[in-house]
Design a binder for this molecule. Sequence first.
Ligand SMILES: [Zn+2]
Ligand SMILES: [Zn+2]
Length: 269
Amino acid sequence: MIDLHTHHQRCGHATGTLRDYVIEALDKGVSVLGLSDHAPMFAAEEDHALPPVAMPKSEFPSYIAEALALKEEFARSIEILVSTEADYFHGKVDAYSAALSSYPLDYVIGSVHMFEGKDIFDVSRWGAVDPADLPALKSRFFRTVADCARSNFFQVIGHVDALKGNFPELGEVPAPAAADEMLLAIRDSGAVMEINTSGGTKQCGGWYPEFDLLERALHFGVPITFASDAHVPGRICDQYPDVVHVLLDMGFTTWTVFRRGAARQCPLA
Ligand SMILES: [Zn+2]
Ligand SMILES: [Zn+2]
């Protein structure tokens, strides 16, 4: 089992230490564990711009140092990859690239969390939405994720249709042209798409992305990886067997993992 997307208490909204996640992964027999807590708000002025969302900039060196020490300590039992999940903000990627360039990261996850002025999971954004606008809204979100991929900074593109998280109806809304544009942008950037099982922690349930996007991804040859997006240690590899079963049925054969930025394929099962 692999899991390239996990958090821990430094971000301010997850529980458990890094060591707790490593121990849980060992207990579950995980072979590759990515530590990928939320990156600090590197484009903001303040050290700790959004306390409930991400660690202070000044905390990042100790995060990486602790992750690297765990990688070393447990090297004979589990492969630990050191990463971070960075927010994608249009025009701000350089701030992240500059801040992260000196660290020996295995990969960086690029995720759209803020979209058109609000957090994607903020339920207040849905109060005044006109159902007729939903296809256009979903298309704009997919095009923002496509921009994230086209920045060519990220190796993994996070939860690509998570705008549906707290508005489940959006999952079924068709936006095929923008979806294909996004999938091709991910593939052509050399990045991979997450199969992220944290939908189950939101109103939408299920996974990011929807099955129709998975089928299109297979058609286009978009590589994939597994992401629990665990914010508690117990969610590591959540629903992993179900995901593998569905992917094998669809025709996928491999996961992609990254070591110091280099993509490697490993068999799904
Ligand atoms: Zn989080
Ligand atoms: Zn995320």
